[in-house]
Design a protein around this ligand. Sequence first.
Ligand code: NAP
Length: 505
Amino acid sequence: MTFTPHGKHLIAGDWVAADAKFTSTPTNGAGQEFSAGNADLVDAACLAAEEAFWDYGYSSRETRAAFLNAIADEIEARGDAITEIGTLETGLPAGRLQGERGRTTGQLRLFATEILKGDYLDKRLDEALPDRQPAPRPEIRLVERPIGPVAVFGASNFPLAFSTAGGDTAAALAAGCPVVVKGHEAHPGTAEIVAEAIHAAIKSCGLHPGTFSMIHGGSYEVGGALVTHPLINAVGFTGSFRGGKALFDLCAQRDVPIPFFGELGSINPVFLLPEAMKARAASIGAGWAGSLTMGAGQFCTNPGVVVTVEGAETDAFVDAAVSELANAPAQIMLTEGIADAYRAGRDKIAAHAGVEELLASSCEKRDATPYVYITTGKEWLSNKDLAHEVFGPLGIVIKVKDQDEMLAVAHGFDGQLTCTLQMDDGDMKVAGKLLPVLERKAGRILANGFPTGVEVSSAMVHGGPYPASTNFGATSVGTMAIRRFLRPVSYQNLPAAILPADLKD
Ligand code: NAP
C-alpha cells in the first residue's frame, strides 16, 4: 500500500502545517512539498512534552513497555509502505530498509524487556545505622529517574534505526521521557509515516499526546530552537562534526546548559598485524573492501583507514582490496549535499603531495564509487587533516615502516567509535602493546572482523572519546543508551508511602 505524505508536523497529537515549505528530494526527482518547521512549533511541542512528563514520567514500567511494543507493532503494520517511501527518499535498497526496520522494532522491544527487568534503575539502599558513633547514619535510597522532555535529531544515514522511532527515541521513551523529534530533510515522508505509527500507539495505549511530537526541518532555526528550548533536558544527535559541534555549543551556552549526546563521526582505523597478514592478506583486503562499500560507505563505523607494515603482504592486501573495489557498482548517496561533501573530501585528500591514488573512480550527482589512497606513517602523522572523516566509500592505507611506527600512528588518532585488530595468535605481543593505546581512543575494539554492523545488545558501546562522541561515558546503541536520559536521585529518610513506586519494594 503506497503511502502519500500530507507533509505536516505532528504536534502533541495534531497534524499541523506552517506557511513555509520545503521540497523533499526523492531519487525519482518527484519532490513533494512539506511544511517547514519553526520556533513556534518547537515551543508548542516542548510545552506539551513538559505537560506530558507529569503523567508519562510517573507511569509504570509496564505501561511504558506496552507502549514501546505497541510502537513496534504499528511500525510493522506499515512495513511495506515504510520500505517503499524510505527507499524512494534515501536511495537505500529495499533490503537495507527492511533490515533497518527489524533493527528498529527489535530495539523498541529490547528496551521494553530491559525496563521490565528493572536493573537499569540501579537501586541502592544504605540502611539506617541509628546507633553508629559518633553520628547515626540516615537511611538513604537511590534510584534513577527520567530527566524530562528530550530532543532527538533524525539521522540522514539511518532513516529508521536512528531517526523518528530510532535508538535515541526508544531509549528516552523507555526511561520515561517525552520526545520531540526534529526530522531530517533527507527523508521527511519516512519521518511522517513512522510518526503516524507512534501517534497510533499513543492513542491505543491511552497516553498523553504530548509524549511524542515530530517537527520537520527546513532551516537551522528548528534545530537551534529545539536545543535551546528551556524545557528540553538533553539531546540525542547523529550527524556531521560541524552540525553537531554547532548544536553542542548552543547546549553549552544556554542559561541552564544541558547534555548533548552527539555522535559526530569517526574513521575507525583497522590495524593489520604481521602474522594475520602472512596468513591471509588477500582475504583481509577483500573483507575491508566489502565493509568500506557497505551502504555506500555511509556508516559511522565505516573503516576509512588501515594501518599496515610495508612489505609483500601489504602489497597483496592492496591488490586484493583494489581489485574488489574496482568492480564495486555505483551506489546512490543519501543526499546531494552528502555527495558534494564526499567529492570535496576526496579532492582534499587527492591534493596532498604525500598521498598516492590507488583507485580513482567517480561520483556523479548522487552516484558514488570507491576511492583508495595510500600514504606513509610519517605523512599521516604530520598532516592532521588526512584524519578527517570523508563520509562515503573512501579508504586510506597507511603504510608504516615497522611496529614502532604503527604504535606512533595509533597514538596519533583522535577519538574513534571503533578500532579493529586483524590478528592471529602470533600477533599477541604487538596486539598487547596496541590495546592500552586503543582503549584510550575508542568505544569498541574488535578482533578479526570489521566494524560495520553494530549489535544492539547489553554490552555494546557505540560512542567514544571526542570527536567520535561528545560524551565518552555514553553509548547511543544498546540497552546502556537509556542511562543518557536518567538522573540518579537519593531519598534520605523519606517515608515509604511517598517514595517513587520503583523504590517502594
Ligand atoms: P548534519 O549536517 O550534521 O545535519 C544533521 C542535523 O543537524 C540536521 O537535522 C540538520 O538540520 C541539523 N543541523 C546541522 N547543523 C545545524 C546548525 N548549525 N544549527 C541547527 N541545526 C543544524 O548531517 P547530515 O545532514 O546527516 O549529513 C551531512 C554530513 O554529515 C555528511 O556528509 C557526513 O559527513 C556527516 N554525517 C556523519 C554521520 C556519522 O555517523 N558519522 C552520519 C550522518 C552524516 P537541517 O535538516 O535543517 O539541515
